[in-house]
Design a protein around this ligand. Structure first.
Ligand code: TXA
Ligand code: MG
Length: 330
């Protein structure tokens, strides 16, 4: 199958709609990462998404809708705090998990009685979702476990020959996936950290829990248990206060002839002062925005990436550190 990358216009949108309504898959940009979309009402199309990615069958998908879509046809209950959060943060990088009313294909939620819904703010995503005007189930458009794609070229590198169309909306500015928030309980609980932080959610609705997977417990967000976001080269992760050890390791590996790069934020890059640096930048949002692009750049250049966690550990950095830990999981 030939894979075409097309900019988003009336022609490519109409092509995309045809593919989606015929049970196919289309990659599209969002403000976080690129998604691989299929008709959420079509069981075969959704199963095909799992097959294309090699995604574990128990890791549910997020349904994407445009901003005027009436989600009351998809979910059975929307708590007041979720309405407040939606009013403040949507469209945007926040996915809300509700009790499902079972209208979408079963494999979307892998048999769970909940449904994750996202309204992306990217104008290309909105155009695409408006044009098809049905809920689109979409995981990130990478091969399972690989680094999520933040450009059409990244999608192409992973899925060339496996899908017909990549809608090209340029580089994603957000850079890490949406915050996933469980809205089925009395109070919201963060299942996956992202750009809408727990602090921002608390400020809006007063209280927000953070869900931590305990040993032996069934994951509420099954994606949490997998190795993820990993570059195709060796990786190591050091905490910020072990930066000196990271430099020692860099020197040792380099002198053994291993092409090694240190991945860290701008301030840490100055501190460690080594030659081969993958610099994530300075502000929180810059670091998140550059993370996946730098991991992909790293796998192209390096045999080993040594990552150093940022010094700051709250806000957006919770999501960044979580991705780094999963990317470097052995
Ligand atoms: O920013 C994003 O969310 C991107 C773009 C494409 O929208 N999508 C994305 O999808 O990251 P994916 O499939 O890579 O991650 C979906 C996450 C997984 O951790 C999954 O376990 C969780 O959402 N999830 C999906 N449905 C769920 C549900 N019903 N209950 C709990 N967690 C759910
Ligand atoms: Mg993913």
């Amino acid at each position: 199958m030939q894979t075409n990358i097309l900019t988003i216009d009336a022609v490519s949108l109409s092509l995309a709609k045809g593919i989606i309504l015929n049970g196919g898959a289309v990659a599209f940009p969002t403000e976080t990462v690129y998604g691989l979309g299929a008709n959420a009402f079509d069981e075969g199309a959704v199963k095909n998404i799992f097959a294309i990615k090699g995604r574990p069958a128990d890791n549910p998908l997020i349904v994407h809708v445009h901003k005027d879509y009436d989600i009351s046809s998809l979910v059975s209950f929307v708590p007041d705090y979720a309405k407040k959060l939606a009013a403040k943060f949507l469209p945007g990088p926040l996915t809300l998990v509700y009790k499902s009313c079972g209208k979408v294909a079963k494999s979307v939620s892998c048999g769970l009685d909940t449904l994750a819904i996202r309204i992306p703010s990217h104008s290309g995503a909105q155009d695409f979702l408006k044009y098809v005007d049905i809920p689109v189930a979409a995981p990130s458009a990478n091969i399972s476990k690989h680094v999520s794609p933040v450009s059409a070229e990244h999608v192409y590198a992973d899925l060339n020959g496996k899908i017909q169309l990549v809608l090209d909306g340029g580089k994603c500015t957000g850079g890490i996936e949406s915050t996933v928030l469980d809205c089925t309980g009395e109070v919201p609980a963060v299942l996956r950290s992202g750009l809408i932080t727990r602090e921002m959610i608390e400020e809006c609705v007063g209280v927000c829990n953070e869900y931590k997977l305990r040993k032996g417990e069934v994951a509420r967000s099954p994606g949490m248990k997998y190795k993820h976001y990993s570059p195709n080269c060796k990786t190591m992760l050091f905490a910020f206060d072990k930066a000196d050890k990271a430099v020692e390791e860099y020197k040792r590996q380099t002198s053994n002839g291993v092409k090694t790069f240190i991945l860290c934020d701008g301030a840490t890059a100055k501190l460690v002062g080594v030659e081969n640096i993958l610099n994530l930048g300075d502000s929180e949002n810059e670091i998140a925005s550059n993370l996946y692009a730098k991991l992909r750049e790293g796998e192209d250049k390096a045999q080993l990436i040594i990552a150093i966690s940022p010094q700051k550990q709250d806000g957006v950095m919770v999501g960044v550190i979580n991705r780094l830990e999963k990317a470097c999981k052995q």
